[in-house]
Design a protein around this ligand. Structure first.
Ligand code: MG
Length: 246
């Protein structure tokens, strides 16, 4: 019995993301297999009829910076229906806040490859301004697996590296179930994330352990947050389907 207790104790306190220890880059773990997805689509697929459209290429009205100022990221107009991160302007957040959602986001890392590791095509999609699904140019670009494209940052390595080439449009389709909290603010039920990257399942209903680095610590509904990490990552065709509680 003592041995079992000791083993349970060791498991609990050696796990990288439990307790109060901050999650760390895990460099010495296997990289996920590389999977070549279907070719990129030149034109995005239109959203379903009940979607809340957050960006369709025409307006930044649904977005703001964290201080409430108008989003300074640049829409490309009708050229390709995209907006581009303006490095130094700060991340942008949707004005609308969400609980459980289905989220569709398309992104493209810069076609001109610059930098390496975490410095190449870095951005991120934070659900509820708390939980980052990493955006990174992980096409032939090595970094720690729990920080590569499609990682729930520092918490869950993606099941596959399904990145397209730099400059090509890529898709995330995300199902998010928010954590449930008791009236006193303590956790009642952890949240979960399922992510398809370019149609490939890369996160399979993984449990959210805590807000990822830089994430808001609150417990209520929250905005979608697109990260300014200093790289000119593009986004297009962003829509949400609120799922209601379950
Ligand atoms: Mg990031």
């Amino acid at each position: 019995m003592f041995l079992l207790t000791l083993i349970a104790f060791l498991i609990c306190f050696s796990a990288p993301t439990t307790g109060s220890q901050p999650a760390q880059p895990a460099k010495d773990i296997p990289e996920p297999p590389v999977v070549t997805p279907a070719p990129a689509q030149v034109q995005p697929t239109p959203p379903p009829s009940d979607a809340v459209v957050l960006f369709d290429g025409t307006s930044m009205d649904a977005w703001q910076h964290a201080d409430g100022k108008p989003a300074q990221w640049t829409p490309d107009g009708k050229k390709d229906g995209a907006m581009t991160c303006k490095p130094g302007s700060g991340s942008i957040l949707s004005k609308q806040k969400f609980g459980d959602i289905q989220l569709h986001v398309e992104f493209a890392t810069p076609a001109k490859v610059e930098g390496e590791g975490q410095g190449r095509g870095n951005s991120g999609v934070y659900i509820q301004n708390r939980y980052e699904v990493q955006v990174l140019d992980s096409y032939q670009n090595k970094t720690y697996p729990n920080g590569q494209c499609g990682a729930v940052y520092l918490q869950h390595v993606p099941l596959a590296n399904a990145c397209r080439k730099p400059g090509e449009w890529q898709t995330y389709d995300i199902v998010f179930r928010a954590p449930r909290f008791k009236a006193d603010g303590s956790l009642e039920k952890p949240g979960s994330l399922t992510v398809f990257h370019n149609g490939v399942l890369i996160q399979d209903h993984v449990e959210i352990k805590e807000p990822t680095g830089g994430g808001d610590k609150g417990t209520g509904d929250g905005p979608i947050h697109l990260q300014d990490h200093g790289n000119t990552v593009k986004y297009r065709n962003i829509w949400v389907r609120p799922l209601g509680s379950k």
